[in-house]
Design a protein around this ligand. Structure first.
Ligand code: HEM
Length: 232
């Protein structure tokens, strides 16, 4: 049953984001060619984010390869690879959450972003946002929460402490939390790439154009624009 739910969930999420892309297209900037001069992420933030993503992919691929392709419980080399990625993922996700905790705090204007659904539908195109928008903040905390759930439930499978029924519950929690994490990850990937041109570059090179900053994160741009006046 989980195999079917996982397959349907993944196909439906990919279809939903591609459907959104076809219907609404990307959030294009007025001048997409403007040079990247505004620093968005330092090397530390990019490194921690990259390690989190790579170790997450390692866990998701080994876990779901077993479920979707092999159709059997995680075992052998796949189990070993899965468990080997755990310390890296746990450390990277923890450091990432701590690094961005301050920027991830919700503030009153996030309500406005949420009510406009970030400007991703037909209305409220210009949603306000600080360094992170309300969706990014929600994703940061959801990732921290789901990370804790998969860690505790995964450890609960490695070191069983309950009876058979309890262990099965732990197993179900692990696989469904992991599935939710992957579906949220697919949406995050869509929003950070083709839905918002210029955003992937922020994570790769650490810099964005002024227009990107002004249009996507206007309240953040307000706080840093003075330091960019001299660098025309
Ligand atoms: C971070 C700590 C994690 C630990 C300690 C952990 C540990 C484990 C263990 C021990 C199993 C084997 C369960 C069993 O058959 O008894 C397992 C299975 C699995 N894990 Fe993880 N895991 C972690 C994170 C993740 C993440 C982040 C994902 C994906 C997003 C994931 C996806 C899966 C999947 C899909 C399975 C197979 C479930 C099934 O057979 O239906 N795990 N994990």
């Amino acid at each position: 049953m989980f195999r079917l739910i996982a397959a349907i969930g993944m196909v439906a999420t990919v279809a939903a984001v591609l459907g959104h892309f076809v219907l609404f297209g990307p959030k294009r900037l007025k001048d997409p060619k403007q040079a990247r001069k505004v620093k968005r992420f330092g090397i530390w933030e990019r490194l921690v984010h990259s390690i989190t993503v790579l170790s997450f992919l390692g866990l998701a691929c080994t876990g779901f390869y077993s479920v979707l392709v092999l159709g059997s419980p995680l075992h052998g080399w796949w189990w070993l690879l899965h468990v080997a990625a755990v310390p890296v993922f746990t450390a990277a996700l923890t450091v990432m959450a701590l690094t961005w905790a301050k920027d991830g705090m919700f503030v009153p204007l996030d309500w406005d972003w949420a009510l406009r659904l970030g400007g991703y539908l037909w209305f409220g195109k210009h949603a306000p946002a600080g360094r992170f928008n309300a969706g990014q903040k929600a994703y940061l905390w959801a990732a921290a929460f789901l990370g804790a759930v998969v860690l505790i439930s995964g450890l609960g499978r490695i070191f069983p402490v309950f009876d058979a029924e309890g262990q099965d519950l732990v197993y179900q929690v692990h696989r469904y939390a992991a599935l939710l994490f992957v579906l949220a990850g697919i949406t995050h990937l869509y929003l950070g790439t083709i839905a918002n041109p210029g955003t992937l570059g922020a994570m790769m090179f650490g810099k964005v154009s002024r227009m990107w900053a002004e249009e996507h994160h206007p309240q953040w741009w307000e706080t840093i624009k003075d330091s960019h006046k001299s660098k025309k």
